[in-house]
Design a binder for this molecule. Structure first.
Ligand SMILES: O=C(O)CCC(=O)C(=O)O
Length: 264
């Protein structure tokens, strides 16, 4: 039984994000176990994002579902697949990747404002990420600029640790917005969340997150899917994630042997 309402579908389409209470509650023990394993056994893309002179830890890692069975089980679960299909309005649902985002209690590091799509080698409107905390979230929630998934020009991708440009040639992008110094210019969506709730958001939605000043850790799993209209785009430089040796060409569907495809 999917928990996706008409309101969710409408908010996702119009605002680029929606809160889905309890979508992953039944998976909480598995998600916690998977994140715990990932923290103990970081993969080849694991990164520490805590900047100089900041305390606490902000760790992230991605593309681990083939070695963390809990992530594989959840990403391929029929409830999750049919929720993704409904939100995207897509007949097919293809898994792109998993992403763990961990902030320790007292982590002073914010997550910079960014859009995911420019970092990826995917292009298309039918896509969705589920941002799933396994701890109570008050102020360190994902924050999303409402409607930014409809912006025409993409936002400049930057490196989280240094703030430097992610690509060498960066002329085709708009600068990173700062809603905190322009509070009247943007509507920000953010929610207090319970463990197992999910925010579904579009790869083009501009988002960020505050530091975790609370006294509890903030453990999050993001699961990312693409739908019928998404194609490979050659960004001419190494993307994030990089998927070395993928061998795809401009306009290809993502290869199904690397990115499992489901027909709910
Ligand atoms: O959890 C965070 O701090 C950021 C998450 C994010 O950027 C994402 O899931 O795409």
């Amino acid at each position: 039984m999917t928990k996706i309402s008409k309101k969710n579908i409408n908010e996702f389409k119009e605002n680029g994000a929606t809160l889905i209470p309890g979508l992953f509650t039944k998976w909480l023990p598995d998600i916690k176990k998977g994140i715990e394993y990932n923290l103990m056994h970081p993969g080849k893309y694991a990164a520490e994002n805590t900047r100089e002179n900041q305390s606490g830890r902000f760790f992230d890692d991605y593309c681990n579902w083939t070695r963390i069975s809990e992530f594989e089980k959840i990403m391929s679960c029929p409830d999750v697949i049919s929720s993704a299909a409904k939100l995207m309005g897509s007949a097919s649902v293809q898994f792109f990747h998993d992403h763990v985002l961990y902030k320790s209690a007292g982590s002073e590091t914010d997550t910079p404002w960014h859009q995911d799509e420019p970092y990826y080698f995917t292009k298309g409107n039918q896509n969705v990420s589920f941002w799933i905390p396994v701890d109570h979230i008050k102020e360190s929630s994902l924050r999303i600029i409402s409607g930014s998934h409809k912006w025409h020009k993409p936002v400049l991708p930057t490196k989280w640790l240094t703030g430097k440009d992610f690509y060498k040639s960066s002329n085709e992008y708009n600068p990173v917005p700062n809603p905190d110094i322009n509070p009247n210019k943007y509507e920000i969506l953010e929610w207090k969340m319970n463990p197992g709730d999910a925010i579904a958001f579009n790869f083009k939605s501009v988002h960020g997150a505050r530091a975790n000043k609370s006294d509890t850790q903030r453990r999050v799993l993001s699961l990312r899917y693409v739908g019928d209209d998404v194609r490979y785009i050659d960004r001419k430089e190494v993307t994030s994630p990089p998927f070395p040796g993928h061998n795809m060409n401009n306009g290809d569907k993502l290869r199904a042997d690397w990115f499992p495809i489901f027909h709910p």
